[in-house]
Design a protein around this ligand. Structure first.
Ligand SMILES: *[C@@H]1O[C@H](CO)[C@@H](O)[C@H](O)[C@H]1NC(C)=O
Ligand SMILES: *[C@@H]1O[C@H](CO)[C@@H](O)[C@H](O)[C@H]1NC(C)=O
Ligand SMILES: *[C@@H]1O[C@H](CO)[C@@H](O)[C@H](O)[C@H]1NC(C)=O
Ligand SMILES: *[C@@H]1O[C@H](CO)[C@@H](O)[C@H](O)[C@H]1NC(C)=O
Ligand SMILES: *[C@@H]1O[C@H](CO)[C@@H](O)[C@H](O)[C@H]1NC(C)=O
Ligand SMILES: *[C@@H]1O[C@H](CO)[C@@H](O)[C@H](O)[C@H]1NC(C)=O
Ligand SMILES: *[C@@H]1O[C@H](CO)[C@@H](O)[C@H](O)[C@H]1NC(C)=O
Ligand SMILES: *[C@@H]1O[C@H](CO)[C@@H](O)[C@H](O)[C@H]1NC(C)=O
Ligand SMILES: *[C@@H]1O[C@H](CO)[C@@H](O)[C@H](O)[C@H]1NC(C)=O
Ligand SMILES: *[C@@H]1O[C@H](CO)[C@@H](O)[C@H](O)[C@H]1NC(C)=O
Ligand SMILES: *[C@@H]1O[C@H](CO)[C@@H](O)[C@H](O)[C@H]1NC(C)=O
Length: 454
């Protein structure tokens, strides 16, 4: 199969970086640009009707089936013109661009029979919300390469309100679907569009490599239960930049599988770069790590983010039985506004998939650096609640200034945690010893806050 030229160049660049002996985790600096597709067809050619009522699942499936034949001819674009295009779930294919024109809205059907039911992910062993199988997402990629969803601010609207009601009233028969899911895919690009009202997650790359998400907005109402924006899950080389996300639960959540299933699958989330994002989450955290992290999460760089009107700003979550690790994380240049708990590291978060988990599988949380942070109207500065048999270590706080509101009774809560701090206000608990830059704690930092060896 012939690969687009830009993709070949990118592969060459990645190899060059490896030959240098130093892999950078600044994923966003390696632009993923896929060549324009030489062929384009409109969904209209497959009989689609954009009246918001006609079901277009077959039109999408037929269009994608037809466009598969262009895979070895430089790939193709599926063009979605202005209109309201109601559909059930459909699959993408490799070397494809799904392009949503300004005014084009793909609407998720509110009839569950239009959503297939599929096996759970192996790293979870069951649906996340209910044991057993789960609904397939609205737009799916399975074992794809070089695939793109973009547009001129077109929209994918999951019309999730029915799913939120079924979730809340416990009338779901399977775990809720997501809007877009890529499984075991590489060179995936999502840009220049808007996501609304996801049933559960908006974008879920799982077992993927080289995923770039640029310039999108993602929104669900603050009361929507457990809706999450972007969830990189057991995936590596991920860039998320210039995104605005406001959600019911978490805005961005990094995960890697659940207890014994995630440990057995053993695929970490690594080399993730997040920058220039505005993140809001009502009941959860703007930026979350875990709690499903059994395959490990490491080498994550976050910079220039604005976290606002959220319950929690940055939260690391795990519990006994998870195994795995969260380590080598550096978060800098953060502005927090109207956040209840600025930073959390919680060692007893979340439940277990079943009673077969190993309570001796203790997670590791270490080498987390938070620096250059300003916060306004914060209630709790930090809640670090580690695990007695596996304390959180090398938690490093530097150049942080939080203005704590009157509702606050304690600024810092620390147990089973150790680390260092310098220039932090209000003054942290003694578990985070005062230090200075010569401390080994900050040795992962190069000047300019870059990560040295990853
Ligand atoms: C979509 O892809 C899945 C594999 O993930 C496959 O089982 C299913 O048959 C495909 N559906 C269509 C309509 O092609
Ligand atoms: C972001 O996407 C919008 C359309 O959604 C487009 O108008 C704008 O130019 C894009 N910005 C960048 C920097 O790509
Ligand atoms: C994109 O569309 C959404 C609603 O569909 C709108 O709120 C937003 O302002 C638009 N963004 C741009 C860059 O046009
Ligand atoms: C769950 O299954 C029951 C029994 O088959 C059915 O009545 C109900 O509508 C289903 N719920 C949903 C949300 O599909
Ligand atoms: C996003 O939109 C901008 C402005 O139209 C365009 O320059 C850019 O190439 C688009 N990005 C992608 C990846 O299509
Ligand atoms: C995100 O919000 C900022 C500030 O309100 C705005 O400048 C930017 O265009 C927005 N980006 C997107 C992708 O909507
Ligand atoms: C402070 O933040 C809380 C949410 O944590 C919010 O309810 C309150 O309105 C904010 N106060 C001001 C003055 O913005
Ligand atoms: C401390 O952080 C602020 C932003 O929060 C930044 O403007 C300032 O340059 C930082 N100071 C140092 C010494 O890095
Ligand atoms: C700190 O986190 C623990 C564990 O989640 C929770 O029980 C406790 O209420 C939190 N404390 C505060 C003051 O938020
Ligand atoms: C990570 O943390 C461990 C244990 O706290 C420490 O020995 C090691 O030096 C740290 N690694 C880096 C790169 O800071
Ligand atoms: C900085 O730390 C080093 C070793 O941890 C110590 O020897 C030195 O006195 C410290 N300097 C200041 C100014 O605290």
């Amino acid at each position: 199969m012939k690969m687009p030229v830009a993709l070949l160049l990118l592969l060459a660049l990645c190899n060059a970086i490896k030959i240098n002996g130093e892999e950078s985790n600044e994923q966003c600096d390696h632009k993923l640009r896929l060549d324009p597709r030489p062929h384009s067809v409109s969904i209209l050619e497959f009989g689609a009707v954009g009246d918001g009522k006609t079901l277009n699942t077959i039109a999408f499936q037929n269009a994608i089936f037809y466009l598969k034949s262009f895979a070895d001819k430089g790939g193709a674009q599926l063009y979605v013109p202005p209109g309201r295009w109601l559909t059930g779930s459909f699959n993408l294919t490799s070397h494809l661009t799904l392009f949503l024109e300004k005014g084009a809205v793909i609407l998720g059907s509110q009839d569950p029979s239009h959503w297939d039911i599929v096996e759970p992910l192996p790293s979870y062993g069951r649906g996340i919300e209910l044991p057993g199988r789960r609904y397939r997402s609205l737009v799916n990629g399975y074992m794809l390469r070089d695939v793109e969803i973009t547009g001129d601010n077109g929209t994918i609207d999951g019309q999730g309100s029915v799913w939120w009601e079924w979730f809340t009233s416990h009338s779901l028969n399977y775990s809720r679907p997501h809007l877009v899911e890529f499984v075991s895919s590489e060179y995936v690009l999502v840009s220049n569009i808007t996501f609304l009202n996801a049933p559960a997650y908006n974008i879920h790359p799982v077992y993927c490599s080289n995923v770039h998400i640029h310039n999108i907005s993602v929104h669900a109402p603050s009361e929507s239960p457990h809706t999450v924006g972007i969830v990189p899950d057991s995936s590596d080389n991920v860039c998320i930049e210039d995104c605005n996300i406001s959600m019911g639960h978490d805005a961005i959540a990094l995960k890697s599988g659940w207890d014994e299933y995630g440990i057995a699958y053993g695929r970490p989330t690594a080399n993730v770069h997040i920058r220039r994002a505005h993140l809001q989450s009502s009941s959860g955290s703007s930026l979350a790590f875990g709690s499903e992290m059994s395959g490990g999460i490491s080498d994550v760089q976050v910079e220039q983010v604005h976290l606002y009107n959220s319950f929690s700003g940055i939260e690391f979550r795990t519990t006994r039985g998870r195994g795995g690790y969260i380590k080598e994380i550096i978060i800098s240049d953060v502005e927090l506004l109207n956040v209840n708990t600025a930073f959390g590291a919680i060692g007893n978060y979340g439940s277990h998939p079943d009673d077969k988990f190993d309570p001796g599988a203790l997670p590791v949380l270490q080498n987390i650096t938070l620096q250059n942070i300003i916060g306004t109207n914060i209630t709790v500065a930090g809640n670090f609640t580690g695990i007695q048999d596996s304390p959180f270590t090398s938690i490093c706080l530097s150049n942080i200034s939080l203005s704590i509101n009157a509702a606050s009774s304690t600024s810092w809560i620390c147990s089973y945690v150790s680390g260092f701090s310098e220039s932090v206000f209000p003054e942290p608990c003694p578990d985070l010893e005062k230090s200075n830059t010569s401390s080994s704690c900050f040795s992962i930092l190069k000047p300019k806050g870059r990560v040295a060896i990853l």
